[in-house]
Design a protein around this ligand. Structure first.
Ligand code: SF4
Ligand code: SF4
Length: 375
Protein backbone atom coordinates (compact mmCIF):
# COMPACT_ATOMS: atom_id res chain seq x y z
CA UNK A 1 0.00 0.00 0.00
CA UNK A 2 1.17 3.54 -0.72
CA UNK A 3 2.91 4.70 2.47
CA UNK A 4 1.56 8.22 2.05
CA UNK A 5 -2.02 6.95 2.43
CA UNK A 6 -1.59 5.00 5.66
CA UNK A 7 -1.04 5.96 9.29
CA UNK A 8 0.13 2.49 10.35
CA UNK A 9 3.85 2.43 11.17
CA UNK A 10 4.19 6.16 10.58
CA UNK A 11 5.18 8.40 13.49
CA UNK A 12 5.79 12.04 14.28
CA UNK A 13 9.24 13.48 15.01
CA UNK A 14 9.11 17.07 16.33
CA UNK A 15 11.37 19.56 14.54
CA UNK A 16 13.27 20.32 17.75
CA UNK A 17 14.19 16.59 18.00
CA UNK A 18 15.50 16.23 14.44
CA UNK A 19 19.08 16.41 15.69
CA UNK A 20 18.46 13.08 17.45
CA UNK A 21 18.15 11.42 14.02
CA UNK A 22 21.56 12.73 12.94
CA UNK A 23 23.03 11.74 16.31
CA UNK A 24 21.61 8.22 16.12
CA UNK A 25 23.03 7.70 12.65
CA UNK A 26 26.43 8.78 13.97
CA UNK A 27 26.06 6.48 17.00
CA UNK A 28 25.33 3.56 14.66
CA UNK A 29 28.64 4.27 12.91
CA UNK A 30 27.45 6.19 9.85
CA UNK A 31 29.13 9.26 8.44
CA UNK A 32 26.22 11.52 7.69
CA UNK A 33 25.88 13.73 4.63
CA UNK A 34 22.93 15.95 3.85
CA UNK A 35 21.84 19.05 1.98
CA UNK A 36 23.91 22.17 2.64
CA UNK A 37 24.31 25.44 0.76
CA UNK A 38 27.55 25.98 -1.12
CA UNK A 39 28.37 28.49 -3.83
CA UNK A 40 24.72 29.34 -4.50
CA UNK A 41 23.47 25.76 -4.77
CA UNK A 42 22.25 22.97 -2.52
CA UNK A 43 24.75 20.14 -2.46
CA UNK A 44 25.31 17.10 -0.25
CA UNK A 45 28.09 17.60 2.28
CA UNK A 46 29.07 16.31 5.69
CA UNK A 47 26.24 16.93 8.15
CA UNK A 48 26.78 17.08 11.91
CA UNK A 49 24.08 19.46 13.08
CA UNK A 50 20.71 20.70 11.89
CA UNK A 51 22.16 24.23 11.73
CA UNK A 52 23.92 23.17 8.48
CA UNK A 53 20.61 22.43 6.74
CA UNK A 54 19.25 25.05 4.29
CA UNK A 55 16.54 26.52 6.51
CA UNK A 56 13.87 28.63 4.83
CA UNK A 57 15.48 28.26 1.40
CA UNK A 58 13.74 27.45 -1.87
CA UNK A 59 15.16 26.95 -5.34
CA UNK A 60 14.00 28.62 -8.53
CA UNK A 61 14.82 26.52 -11.58
CA UNK A 62 14.14 27.01 -15.27
CA UNK A 63 15.95 26.03 -18.49
CA UNK A 64 19.57 27.14 -17.96
CA UNK A 65 18.69 28.71 -14.61
CA UNK A 66 19.17 27.77 -10.93
CA UNK A 67 18.97 30.22 -8.02
CA UNK A 68 18.37 29.87 -4.29
CA UNK A 69 15.92 32.22 -2.63
CA UNK A 70 14.62 32.81 0.85
CA UNK A 71 11.44 30.77 1.11
CA UNK A 72 10.24 32.62 4.18
CA UNK A 73 9.41 29.51 6.22
CA UNK A 74 11.21 27.42 8.82
CA UNK A 75 11.50 24.27 6.76
CA UNK A 76 14.73 22.53 5.72
CA UNK A 77 13.51 20.73 2.61
CA UNK A 78 11.36 23.26 0.76
CA UNK A 79 13.45 23.01 -2.40
CA UNK A 80 13.50 20.45 -5.24
CA UNK A 81 17.08 19.34 -5.88
CA UNK A 82 20.60 20.55 -6.50
CA UNK A 83 23.08 19.48 -9.17
CA UNK A 84 24.12 16.37 -7.23
CA UNK A 85 22.27 13.15 -6.78
CA UNK A 86 23.54 9.94 -5.16
CA UNK A 87 25.68 9.17 -8.21
CA UNK A 88 29.02 10.59 -6.97
CA UNK A 89 28.80 8.55 -3.74
CA UNK A 90 28.47 5.20 -5.50
CA UNK A 91 30.06 5.87 -8.88
CA UNK A 92 32.79 8.50 -8.29
CA UNK A 93 33.80 10.79 -11.14
CA UNK A 94 37.26 9.19 -11.09
CA UNK A 95 38.59 6.10 -9.37
CA UNK A 96 41.50 3.73 -9.81
CA UNK A 97 40.27 0.21 -10.55
CA UNK A 98 43.57 -1.64 -10.62
CA UNK A 99 47.30 -1.12 -10.96
CA UNK A 100 50.03 -2.91 -12.82
CA UNK A 101 53.68 -3.11 -11.74
CA UNK A 102 56.91 -4.39 -13.29
CA UNK A 103 59.23 -6.36 -11.00
CA UNK A 104 63.06 -6.42 -11.17
CA UNK A 105 62.95 -9.36 -13.63
CA UNK A 106 60.63 -7.55 -15.98
CA UNK A 107 57.59 -9.59 -14.91
CA UNK A 108 54.20 -7.92 -14.80
CA UNK A 109 51.74 -8.19 -11.92
CA UNK A 110 48.27 -6.73 -11.53
CA UNK A 111 46.41 -5.82 -8.36
CA UNK A 112 42.80 -4.78 -7.91
CA UNK A 113 42.37 -1.50 -5.97
CA UNK A 114 39.27 -2.17 -3.93
CA UNK A 115 38.51 0.38 -1.23
CA UNK A 116 36.94 -0.20 2.20
CA UNK A 117 34.16 2.41 2.17
CA UNK A 118 32.86 3.62 5.52
CA UNK A 119 29.14 3.34 6.34
CA UNK A 120 27.46 6.39 4.83
CA UNK A 121 24.02 7.83 5.59
CA UNK A 122 22.64 10.28 3.04
CA UNK A 123 19.84 12.47 4.35
CA UNK A 124 17.45 14.30 2.04
CA UNK A 125 17.31 11.86 -0.88
CA UNK A 126 14.44 12.59 -3.28
CA UNK A 127 12.13 10.06 -4.94
CA UNK A 128 13.70 10.71 -8.36
CA UNK A 129 17.11 9.88 -6.92
CA UNK A 130 15.81 6.64 -5.42
CA UNK A 131 14.56 5.70 -8.88
CA UNK A 132 17.96 6.57 -10.35
CA UNK A 133 19.63 4.44 -7.69
CA UNK A 134 17.46 1.46 -8.64
CA UNK A 135 18.58 1.92 -12.26
CA UNK A 136 22.25 2.04 -11.22
CA UNK A 137 21.71 -1.07 -9.08
CA UNK A 138 20.35 -2.84 -12.17
CA UNK A 139 23.31 -1.71 -14.25
CA UNK A 140 26.17 -2.16 -11.79
CA UNK A 141 24.95 -5.10 -9.70
CA UNK A 142 22.53 -7.22 -11.70
CA UNK A 143 24.36 -7.64 -15.00
CA UNK A 144 26.65 -10.54 -15.94
CA UNK A 145 29.68 -8.80 -14.35
CA UNK A 146 28.69 -7.03 -11.11
CA UNK A 147 30.91 -4.08 -10.26
CA UNK A 148 32.73 -4.78 -6.97
CA UNK A 149 33.60 -1.11 -6.43
CA UNK A 150 29.95 -0.04 -6.67
CA UNK A 151 28.79 -3.06 -4.65
CA UNK A 152 31.02 -2.25 -1.68
CA UNK A 153 29.77 1.33 -1.48
CA UNK A 154 26.18 0.27 -1.99
CA UNK A 155 26.34 -2.18 0.94
CA UNK A 156 27.41 0.66 3.22
CA UNK A 157 24.72 3.12 2.11
CA UNK A 158 21.86 4.13 4.40
CA UNK A 159 19.16 6.31 2.85
CA UNK A 160 16.97 8.89 4.57
CA UNK A 161 14.51 10.00 1.90
CA UNK A 162 12.33 13.11 2.05
CA UNK A 163 9.10 13.48 0.08
CA UNK A 164 9.27 16.38 -2.34
CA UNK A 165 6.66 19.04 -1.58
CA UNK A 166 8.29 21.85 -3.61
CA UNK A 167 9.07 20.60 -7.13
CA UNK A 168 10.85 23.03 -9.42
CA UNK A 169 9.40 24.14 -12.74
CA UNK A 170 11.93 21.82 -14.40
CA UNK A 171 10.68 18.69 -12.57
CA UNK A 172 8.55 16.06 -14.31
CA UNK A 173 8.89 13.00 -12.06
CA UNK A 174 5.10 12.52 -12.12
CA UNK A 175 5.19 11.76 -15.85
CA UNK A 176 8.01 9.23 -15.43
CA UNK A 177 6.20 7.62 -12.46
CA UNK A 178 9.06 8.27 -10.05
CA UNK A 179 7.84 10.95 -7.63
CA UNK A 180 7.23 13.15 -5.79
CA UNK A 181 6.78 10.76 -2.81
CA UNK A 182 9.41 8.19 -1.86
CA UNK A 183 7.77 4.81 -2.17
CA UNK A 184 10.57 2.25 -2.07
CA UNK A 185 14.31 1.81 -1.71
CA UNK A 186 14.83 3.85 1.47
CA UNK A 187 15.77 2.97 5.04
CA UNK A 188 13.85 5.90 6.53
CA UNK A 189 11.39 8.25 4.81
CA UNK A 190 10.30 11.67 5.99
CA UNK A 191 7.49 14.02 5.08
CA UNK A 192 8.14 17.55 6.34
CA UNK A 193 5.55 19.68 8.13
CA UNK A 194 6.10 23.07 9.73
CA UNK A 195 6.22 21.59 13.22
CA UNK A 196 8.23 18.45 12.40
CA UNK A 197 8.28 15.29 10.32
CA UNK A 198 6.13 12.27 9.65
CA UNK A 199 8.62 9.43 9.68
CA UNK A 200 8.59 5.74 8.78
CA UNK A 201 11.10 2.94 8.28
CA UNK A 202 11.59 1.03 5.04
CA UNK A 203 14.13 -1.50 6.33
CA UNK A 204 15.16 -3.30 9.53
CA UNK A 205 18.14 -0.93 9.82
CA UNK A 206 15.72 1.97 9.60
CA UNK A 207 13.50 0.45 12.33
CA UNK A 208 16.50 0.17 14.67
CA UNK A 209 17.15 3.90 14.27
CA UNK A 210 13.46 4.79 14.74
CA UNK A 211 13.37 2.79 17.99
CA UNK A 212 15.87 5.26 19.46
CA UNK A 213 14.03 8.46 18.49
CA UNK A 214 11.54 10.49 20.60
CA UNK A 215 8.54 9.69 18.38
CA UNK A 216 4.84 10.19 19.03
CA UNK A 217 1.69 9.03 17.28
CA UNK A 218 0.93 10.76 14.03
CA UNK A 219 -2.54 12.34 13.84
CA UNK A 220 -5.03 12.54 10.97
CA UNK A 221 -4.57 16.28 10.58
CA UNK A 222 -0.85 15.83 9.99
CA UNK A 223 -1.46 13.03 7.49
CA UNK A 224 -4.05 15.14 5.64
CA UNK A 225 -1.56 17.98 5.46
CA UNK A 226 1.20 15.84 3.87
CA UNK A 227 -1.30 14.35 1.42
CA UNK A 228 -2.51 17.75 0.32
CA UNK A 229 1.08 18.98 -0.05
CA UNK A 230 1.88 15.97 -2.22
CA UNK A 231 -1.27 16.56 -4.29
CA UNK A 232 -0.17 20.17 -4.79
CA UNK A 233 3.33 19.01 -5.75
CA UNK A 234 1.82 16.67 -8.34
CA UNK A 235 -0.53 19.33 -9.69
CA UNK A 236 2.29 21.86 -9.82
CA UNK A 237 4.38 19.95 -12.35
CA UNK A 238 3.97 21.53 -15.75
CA UNK A 239 6.51 19.56 -17.74
CA UNK A 240 6.03 15.97 -18.90
CA UNK A 241 7.52 13.45 -21.25
CA UNK A 242 5.17 12.62 -24.13
CA UNK A 243 3.15 9.47 -23.67
CA UNK A 244 3.68 6.71 -26.14
CA UNK A 245 6.32 4.21 -27.13
CA UNK A 246 9.28 6.61 -27.16
CA UNK A 247 11.72 3.87 -28.14
CA UNK A 248 9.79 3.24 -31.36
CA UNK A 249 9.06 6.91 -32.04
CA UNK A 250 12.67 8.02 -31.61
CA UNK A 251 14.16 5.21 -33.67
CA UNK A 252 11.56 5.80 -36.41
CA UNK A 253 12.74 9.43 -36.56
CA UNK A 254 16.51 9.21 -36.73
CA UNK A 255 16.54 11.66 -39.66
CA UNK A 256 14.07 14.11 -38.14
CA UNK A 257 15.08 17.78 -38.76
CA UNK A 258 14.78 18.49 -35.01
CA UNK A 259 18.17 16.79 -34.51
CA UNK A 260 19.74 19.46 -36.76
CA UNK A 261 17.82 22.15 -34.92
CA UNK A 262 19.02 21.10 -31.46
CA UNK A 263 22.57 20.68 -32.76
CA UNK A 264 22.57 24.40 -33.64
CA UNK A 265 21.95 25.19 -29.96
CA UNK A 266 23.84 22.44 -28.13
CA UNK A 267 27.42 23.22 -27.05
CA UNK A 268 28.28 19.51 -26.59
CA UNK A 269 29.57 20.47 -23.14
CA UNK A 270 28.31 17.31 -21.39
CA UNK A 271 26.81 19.19 -18.39
CA UNK A 272 23.54 17.31 -18.88
CA UNK A 273 25.22 13.91 -18.60
CA UNK A 274 27.31 14.97 -15.57
CA UNK A 275 24.29 16.08 -13.54
CA UNK A 276 22.06 13.25 -14.75
CA UNK A 277 21.64 10.77 -11.87
CA UNK A 278 21.33 7.80 -14.24
CA UNK A 279 24.07 8.47 -16.84
CA UNK A 280 26.88 6.00 -16.27
CA UNK A 281 29.09 6.20 -19.36
CA UNK A 282 32.76 6.07 -18.44
CA UNK A 283 36.15 5.93 -20.09
CA UNK A 284 39.03 3.83 -18.80
CA UNK A 285 42.56 5.21 -18.92
CA UNK A 286 46.08 4.13 -18.12
CA UNK A 287 48.19 6.54 -16.07
CA UNK A 288 51.80 5.30 -16.08
CA UNK A 289 54.27 6.39 -13.40
CA UNK A 290 57.18 8.58 -14.50
CA UNK A 291 59.71 5.77 -13.93
CA UNK A 292 57.70 3.43 -16.12
CA UNK A 293 57.56 0.73 -13.43
CA UNK A 294 53.88 0.93 -12.66
CA UNK A 295 50.60 2.10 -14.09
CA UNK A 296 47.18 2.96 -12.66
CA UNK A 297 44.07 1.95 -14.56
CA UNK A 298 41.35 4.47 -13.79
CA UNK A 299 37.69 4.88 -14.66
CA UNK A 300 36.34 8.39 -15.24
CA UNK A 301 32.92 9.73 -16.07
CA UNK A 302 32.54 10.27 -19.79
CA UNK A 303 29.70 11.51 -21.93
CA UNK A 304 28.07 10.71 -25.25
CA UNK A 305 28.85 14.33 -26.12
CA UNK A 306 32.63 13.77 -26.29
CA UNK A 307 34.34 12.81 -29.51
CA UNK A 308 36.40 10.18 -27.67
CA UNK A 309 33.29 8.37 -26.49
CA UNK A 310 32.32 7.55 -30.07
CA UNK A 311 35.81 6.56 -31.17
CA UNK A 312 35.78 2.98 -32.45
CA UNK A 313 38.23 1.21 -34.78
CA UNK A 314 40.10 4.30 -35.88
CA UNK A 315 37.35 6.84 -36.28
CA UNK A 316 34.55 8.66 -34.43
CA UNK A 317 31.26 7.02 -35.36
CA UNK A 318 29.32 10.06 -34.09
CA UNK A 319 31.28 12.87 -35.69
CA UNK A 320 29.05 15.84 -34.88
CA UNK A 321 26.77 17.31 -32.20
CA UNK A 322 23.65 16.19 -34.06
CA UNK A 323 24.56 12.51 -33.84
CA UNK A 324 25.82 12.85 -30.26
CA UNK A 325 22.67 14.56 -28.96
CA UNK A 326 20.61 11.99 -30.85
CA UNK A 327 22.63 9.19 -29.22
CA UNK A 328 21.93 10.67 -25.77
CA UNK A 329 18.17 10.94 -26.27
CA UNK A 330 17.64 7.71 -28.19
CA UNK A 331 19.57 5.77 -25.54
CA UNK A 332 18.13 7.58 -22.50
CA UNK A 333 14.49 7.40 -23.62
CA UNK A 334 14.61 4.57 -26.14
CA UNK A 335 17.05 1.67 -26.09
CA UNK A 336 17.38 1.98 -22.30
CA UNK A 337 13.90 0.41 -22.13
CA UNK A 338 15.17 -2.69 -23.94
CA UNK A 339 18.23 -2.86 -21.67
CA UNK A 340 16.72 -2.14 -18.26
CA UNK A 341 12.95 -2.42 -18.68
CA UNK A 342 12.34 1.28 -18.24
CA UNK A 343 13.42 4.65 -19.57
CA UNK A 344 16.67 6.09 -18.25
CA UNK A 345 14.96 9.33 -17.26
CA UNK A 346 13.54 9.79 -13.75
CA UNK A 347 12.22 13.31 -14.37
CA UNK A 348 14.57 15.19 -12.03
CA UNK A 349 14.96 18.07 -14.50
CA UNK A 350 18.65 18.61 -13.70
CA UNK A 351 19.74 18.40 -17.35
CA UNK A 352 17.31 21.24 -18.13
CA UNK A 353 18.37 23.59 -15.33
CA UNK A 354 22.11 22.97 -15.69
CA UNK A 355 22.28 23.16 -19.49
CA UNK A 356 24.08 26.44 -20.18
CA UNK A 357 21.84 27.13 -23.17
CA UNK A 358 18.62 25.85 -21.60
CA UNK A 359 17.92 22.87 -23.83
CA UNK A 360 14.90 20.99 -22.47
CA UNK A 361 14.70 17.31 -23.37
CA UNK A 362 10.92 17.27 -22.83
CA UNK A 363 10.59 19.95 -25.53
CA UNK A 364 12.98 18.19 -27.90
CA UNK A 365 11.29 14.82 -27.69
CA UNK A 366 7.87 16.52 -27.64
CA UNK A 367 8.68 18.30 -30.91
CA UNK A 368 9.73 15.05 -32.57
CA UNK A 369 6.54 13.32 -31.41
CA UNK A 370 4.33 16.24 -32.51
CA UNK A 371 5.93 16.78 -35.88
CA UNK A 372 5.91 13.10 -36.70
CA UNK A 373 2.23 12.76 -35.74
CA UNK A 374 2.86 10.58 -32.70
CA UNK A 375 1.26 12.93 -30.20
S1 SF4 B 1 17.66 12.92 -18.46
FE1 SF4 B 1 17.54 14.88 -17.35
S2 SF4 B 1 15.55 14.85 -16.29
FE2 SF4 B 1 15.99 12.74 -16.93
S3 SF4 B 1 17.03 11.79 -15.16
FE3 SF4 B 1 18.67 12.64 -16.47
S4 SF4 B 1 19.04 14.70 -15.68
FE4 SF4 B 1 17.08 14.02 -14.82
S1 SF4 C 1 22.22 19.65 -24.13
FE1 SF4 C 1 23.01 21.44 -22.95
S2 SF4 C 1 24.15 20.55 -21.23
FE2 SF4 C 1 23.86 18.90 -22.75
S3 SF4 C 1 25.71 18.96 -24.01
FE3 SF4 C 1 24.20 20.27 -25.06
S4 SF4 C 1 24.59 22.35 -24.27
FE4 SF4 C 1 25.64 20.93 -22.87
Amino acid sequence: MDRTLQSQDRYFLPRQSFQSLIDQLALQGFSCVGPTMWDGAIIFDRLDTVSQLPQGVSDRQAPGYYRLESGGDSRWFSWANGPQALKPYLFPSREVLWEGTVDENGGLSFKERLTEPEPLAVLGVRACDLAALAIHDAHFLKGPSPDAHYARRREQLFIVAVDCSHPASTCFCVSTGDGPAATRGYDIALAELDEGFIIDAGSDRGKLILDQLPLSEVNEEQLDQTRSELDAAIAGQTRALPEGPLNRILFDNLDHPRWDDVAQRCLACGNCTSVCPTCFCASENEVPSLDGLSSEHSREWSSCFTQGHSYISGHAIRPDTRTRYRQWLTHKLGSWIDQYGRSGCVGCGRCIAWCPVGIDLTEEVGAICRESGDE
